[in-house]
Design a protein around this ligand. Structure first.
Ligand SMILES: Nc1nc2c(ncn2[C@@H]2O[C@H](COP(=O)(O)OP(=O)(O)O)[C@@H](O)[C@H]2O)c(=O)[nH]1
Ligand SMILES: [Mg+2]
Length: 334
């Protein structure tokens, strides 16, 4: 009898049956329909335009400007972006799937290894590559990545960002430097923050797109579900409010996300790596966490377009940054 029961737990392939998972809320514009179901005109162009570069050069700012929506969080602290985030721009006869990626670096811990994996796949599946640098940079933060890009046969744009901070001379000098280092690349100065040269860039990108059907339904804006953006908004507030290692030791996990007619009820946990960090994040008398909560709720309300009740907790998740199992659950590894 016991054996029989055991047997009934197995599917015909011999693998245990999938557990009954609760449904994941998806954003309204998310869908898993195959691209064959989408209508598109003859001569349609589509491609993956992937944005890479050193930390803090303005990749996410550029991505948001190109997409026209704030889908990637921006902060003056380095390593703000931890995931590969897609932003889709649609026109009747073309579709661009941009990918914002974490800044390139030599990984010092497992989380950063996961972040670099996103960069690696973005290098592999790009139809057009955008390497963002800024007026201060010679070379990029991870030379091996640069060597890889230099050997690519797809169109590569090298964009020298933040030209608003330096004169024309510096921009010209940097452009010469990059043209020498990568003669096949299209080099251009931009200011993502001030929208300088961004429209011209878009036109050049469209010209380089291969003939292809759309990859996503034409009304989709991103590949990520709404709750991903919820955790990112809270994480951005953590980057703003805390110093030193705290932002790099926090992960935000959305534990509950209930969409009611007039309100979103959200429960999120800030996971820290050590007990001492928990005290800092909570702050004296809970003052710090309250500030993060209030700021997050305000931004969530404007992002979601509805009232938000946000329940924010802090929990120690010991050394999560180096735990592959946990990182998998947080979406950093497949
Ligand atoms: N002055 C100036 N600052 C910029 C520009 N683009 C981005 N920034 C700033 O640079 C910092 C890093 O930007 P972010 O987009 O998060 O960089 P990422 O790490 O490469 O994604 C932020 O404080 C931005 O506001 C620009 O064109 N000019
Ligand atoms: Mg970024």
């Amino acid at each position: 009898m016991k054996d029989k029961e055991k047997e009934s737990d197995q599917t015909s392939s011999g693998l245990p049956e999938m557990p009954n998972l609760p449904p994941m809320p998806l954003s309204a514009n998310m869908s898993n329909e195959a691209s064959t179901a989408i209508d598109y005109p003859e001569g349609h162009r589509a491609g993956f335009v992937n944005i890479v570069g050193s930390p803090n050069v303005g990749k996410s700012t550029l991505m948001n400007k190109l997409v026209g929506e704030n889908i990637s969080i921006i902060n003056k602290k380095a390593q703000t972006t931890r995931h590969r985030i897609m932003g889709i721009v649609n026109q009747p006869d073309w579709q661009i799937v941009y990918s914002d990626t974490p800044g390139v670096l030599d990984p010092a811990y497992k989380l950063q290894e996961g972040m670099m994996k996103f960069v690696k796949t973005a290098l592999q599946d790009a139809d057009v590559l955008i390497l963002v640098t800024d007026v201060y940079e010679y070379g990029i933060a991870h030379e091996a990545t640069f060597e890889k890009i230099a050997k690519m046969e797809i169109p590569v744009f090298i964009l020298i960002n933040k030209v608003d901070l330096e004169g024309q001379d510096v921009a010209m000098e940097r452009a010469e430097y990059w043209k020498k280092r990568m003669p096949n690349a299209h080099v251009a100065p931009i200011s993502a923050l001030h929208n300088f040269n961004v429209d011209t860039l878009l036109e050049s990108i469209v010209e380089k797109l291969p003939l292809a059907p759309p990859f996503f339904p034409k009304d989709e804006l991103t590949d990520k579900p709404l709750r991903f953006f919820v955790s990112e908004i809270v994480r951005e507030k953590i980057l703003t409010h805390y110093k030193q290692e705290i932002p790099y030791s926090c992960e935000v996990v959305v534990e509950e996300f209930i969409d009611e007619p007039t309100i979103f009820k959200i429960r999120a946990e800030i996971r820290v790596a050590r007990e001492s960090q928990k005290y800092i994040v909570v702050g004296a008398g809970g003052r710090m966490i309250k500030r993060v909560g209030t700021d997050s709720r305000k931004e969530l309300e404007s992002f979601l377009g509805k009232k938000v009740f946000l329940d924010l907790y802090v929990r120690v998740d010991k050394d999560w940054r180096n735990d592959e199992g946990k990182l998998k659950r947080f979406g950093y590894f497949d």
